[in-house]
Design a protein around this ligand. Sequence first.
Ligand code: CTP
Length: 400
Amino acid sequence: MTAALNNKNILLGVSGGIAAYKSAEIVRRLQDLGATVRVVMTDGACEFITPLTLQALSGYPVHRQLLDEQAEAGMGHIELARWADLLLIAPATADIIAELAQGSAANLLTAVALATPAQVAVAPAMNQQMWAHAASQANIAALTERGVAVLGPDQGLQACGDVGPGRLLAPERIAAACCQLFSRGALQGVRVVITAGPTREAIDPVRYISNHSSGKMGYALAAAAVEAGASVTLISGPVDLPTPARAQRVDVESALQMHRAALEHAADCELFIAAAAVADYRPANCAEQKIKKQGEQMALALVKNPDIVAAVTTAFPQLCAIGFAAETEQLEQYARGKLAAKGLTAIVANNVGRSDIGFNSDDNEVTVYTSERSLTFDKRGKGQLARDLIDHFAQLLAAR
Ligand code: CTP
């Protein structure tokens, strides 16, 4: 990753939160990777770290005021906006995020954000309650929708003593994310649809049939596909995971809803990844009222759910379709059977009988089968595995 930011102009916007002190380290990390860094500070940021510090580190005067004759005579705000290859706002407070969502140009930083043709990235830092607030989440969603990259936030102990999501991402991770933003990924411009998580099949208004899928693998694949430059639609069953930055998430509950959403979104994608653990059967009837207990035994009539990925490959045979096979025995035989039966380009098989990998674990080990080949990815974290799989899927897509 050395010098991955060579010849890149990064305008670092620092807003006023306690994490502003980390901006000094961010300047350094970006410079280590070859970037030229200039800094814009809000008035609030100057309460936490002095402009002199960031001037000394960046080697350029720090820009602070929108209506400053001297600054405008030097490098004015429009010039600054054009100079940047990337506007990185780190830390981004709840307030600056709200202003960006509004399209406010009340201070130099927000004015530059409006005026720049460059990619904008924000690294949020705030109290976990403020981050969780619906207003903050709506603002972040609005920015994501407009193509702003959201880096983090991280989880953990906060300056105020709270614990939770809202910490500024570590400076080296921010710098690494900036490299990703500049790298042309393996799936640049490719439209990807991913199904993830379990489905819930209603028995009555208060009960359902489901499974232990956490959605982690599908979500990690969505994040990795975004990183690789894809535009990603994530069709998700009920899971307890944050939406990966810049992915479009479509929430569903039942297999029938997932089936409908998948056919709708697959119509204009090139790569379809079926990572969901779809319930094979659903109750034949969902009772309108809560079922009361009666005799010692009870039988529940089930009917088969449609096979979602098979329906997609039948409707859109031109697309590259990847399936998953969770097996407890005869991995290759069952996986190859599904590969053929479902019309897949490849199938990712894993052994869910092992307790150290699979369903609720953070690690996984898989073998990818195509009709001609197989490739094993040894045990690794689901994030790393997702990146490696996405690279492999990109090759399969390119080879079609
Ligand atoms: N799948 C699907 N729709 C279904 C069932 C499965 O799209 N109704 C997809 C899964 O997302 C996965 C692949 O098919 O990519 C394999 O799923 P799996 O449950 O392992 O296979 P089944 O066909 O259900 O076979 P079995 O339960 O007999 O192992």
